[in-house]
Design a protein around this ligand. Structure first.
Ligand SMILES: [Zn+2]
Length: 313
């Protein structure tokens, strides 16, 4: 009897152990599944967050692009503005021609035509550290000048260029790349003109009405292809060579009515010379004018493709 009882107890125990093991196995399985599910959830969450961050980043740069596009669009609009004048709309062919109401700014109508005039001209800029100093002097002495700018510098120095234009200074073209135009073919010449004008229009809203050929070199082809007057000078200060204020001033000692003075707004010595030269000339009774003003008051009708060196006929 005892033995049978023992056997029964034994089998109970075995069953209990077996069922406990089963439960444990099941618990383990559930835990494993739950763990995996949790890991998967975390991974999904991470992927999701990363995706959102990426999307945000893209969204930002996207909106930046959009603004840039907008600015470009605005510029094009601005650029097209001068077309809405009496001047015929510039076709692609005629981009090099004098266009725009913007260029009218370069002629003041309240000057005294009987008083002597001199046109200061600056090549190779803009260059803010020097150009800004020159502008300050011009403003102080109610004077203006002509700046022949290099096209590929315009975007870098557009603020000072705009300021210069707003003050009434004339902005001329000194080509886009400052290369010797006399060695270029027709296509290259047109490209140099067009690229510079495109930059000019994006900042000041109009094309150049005058060009100063780099190195003063002019070919027959240039006379035919370039649809605006070409400018030389009557007084060369050689400021780029001297880089010396006293020598630049000495070069301007014998200036006279109608002169066009050549300088470069790249050198501090040039800015220093201007600081002394402008009040000196004003004291002598000279009106310091843009080249368009000089031609206007001296009765010179400058023609496309022709070369001019002074306001004297
Ligand atoms: Zn130059």
């Amino acid at each position: 009897m005892k033995r049978r009882d023992e056997m029964r107890i034994e089998s109970y125990r075995e069953r209990a152990v077996r069922s406990r093991r089963r439960r444990e196995r099941e618990l383990k399985k559930t835990r494993f599944i739950l763990m995996n599910a949790a890991i998967a959830l975390v991974v999904i969450l991470i992927v999701f967050v990363v995706a959102i961050i990426k999307l945000n980043g893209k969204g930002n740069s996207g909106s930046k692009d959009y603004t840039q596009e907008n600015i470009k669009k605005k510029d094009t609009k601005k650029a097209k503005k001068p077309v809405m004048t009496a001047t015929p709309a510039p076709t692609k062919k005629a981009v090099t021609q004098n266009t725009g109401v913007g260029a009218k700014k370069w002629i003041r109508t309240d000057l005294d035509k009987d008083k002597p005039m001199i046109a200061l001209s600056f090549d190779d800029g803009p260059y803010t550290p020097v150009t800004s100093k020159i502008l300050k002097v011009l403003k102080k002495y109610d004077s203006r000048a002509t700046f022949f700018v290099v096209g590929n510098r315009i975007q870098t120095y557009k603020e000072i260029l705009k300021e210069s234009y707003d003050m009434g200074n004339q902005i001329g073209s000194h080509t886009y790349d400052h290369e010797d135009l006399s060695k270029k073919n027709k296509k290259q010449l047109i490209s140099e003109m067009r690229k510079t004008n495109r930059e000019l229009r994006s900042v000041i809203g109009c094309n150049a009405t005058l060009i100063r050929p780099p190195y003063g070199n002019i070919s027959d082809l240039m006379r035919k292809v370039i649809k605006i007057p070409m400018m030389y000078w009557s007084v060369d200060t050689d400021d780029w060579k001297w880089r010396n204020t006293a020598k630049i001033l000495a070069g301007c000692k014998n200036v006279k009515d109608g002169d066009i003075i050549l300088m470069h707004d790249l050198y501090p010595s040039t800015a220093n010379a201007v600081k002394k030269l402008v009040p000196r000339l004003r004291k002598k009774g000279y009106q310091l004018v843009t080249i368009d003003e000089l031609f206007y008051y001296k009765g010179i009708k400058a023609k496309a493709g022709k070369v001019y060196a002074s306001g004297r006929k």
